[in-house]
Design a protein around this ligand. Structure first.
Ligand code: HEC
Length: 142
């Protein structure tokens, strides 16, 4: 009974990952985690903006946001900060590689969208989220 109660409390507290959670734990210092989470929220916002712009047929604007916020131009934002505040160097190499792939894919998407072809741009949309899914299904910070 005590165990059950503990589990319920842990769940309510938002802790205890499920026993069948196969994601690799990849902890990092608090400052790096805070930067990573901030960057993640900005990515989600940018993704939503890109989707809205594509839906509205504003492909060139979509290309600009994708490149600036998600593409290679968005890499190395924390380069000038101390090591403990930089997410990248604390990631296992395979995790870091997924992140870099995601930036490359967003730059590729931006090139397609900048070309102005709506069908091709829509067909390329899933490449924007592939890395988000790949990383989130493989790694966790806690
Ligand atoms: C290289 C790995 C990686 C990639 C790529 C990645 N994420 Fe994340 N993301 C994480 C990790 C790790 C967390 C923290 C998970 C945890 O709490 O354990 C996270 C958390 C988040 C959060 C929650 C932020 C918060 O405030 O706690 C959002 C939102 C998010 N990611 C969005 C995205 C989106 C959108 C993309 C793609 C454009 C993306 N992520 C790509 C690793 C990644």
């Amino acid at each position: 009974m005590k165990t059950v109660l503990f589990c319920i409390l842990a769940l309510l507290a938002g802790g205890a990952p499920a026993a069948d959670d196969a994601r690799v734990l990849a902890p990092m210092p608090p400052a790096a985690e805070a930067n990573l989470r901030g960057e993640m929220r900005a990515s989600l916002l940018a993704l939503n903006e890109v989707l809205a712009l594509v839906a509205a047929g504003q492909l060139r604007e979509a290309a600009e946001v994708a490149e600036r916020e998600l593409g290679r131009s968005a890499m190395g934002k924390h380069r000038s900060q101390p090591l403990e505040a930089r997410p990248g160097p604390h990631m296992p190499p395979a995790m870091h590689a997924i992140g870099i792939d995601g930036h490359r894919a967003a730059s590729d998407f931006a090139r397609v969208a900048a070309g102005g072809d709506r069908e091709k741009t829509i067909a390329a949309l899933p490449t924007l989220t592939a890395a988000c899914v790949a990383c989130h299904y493989s790694y966790r910070l806690r």
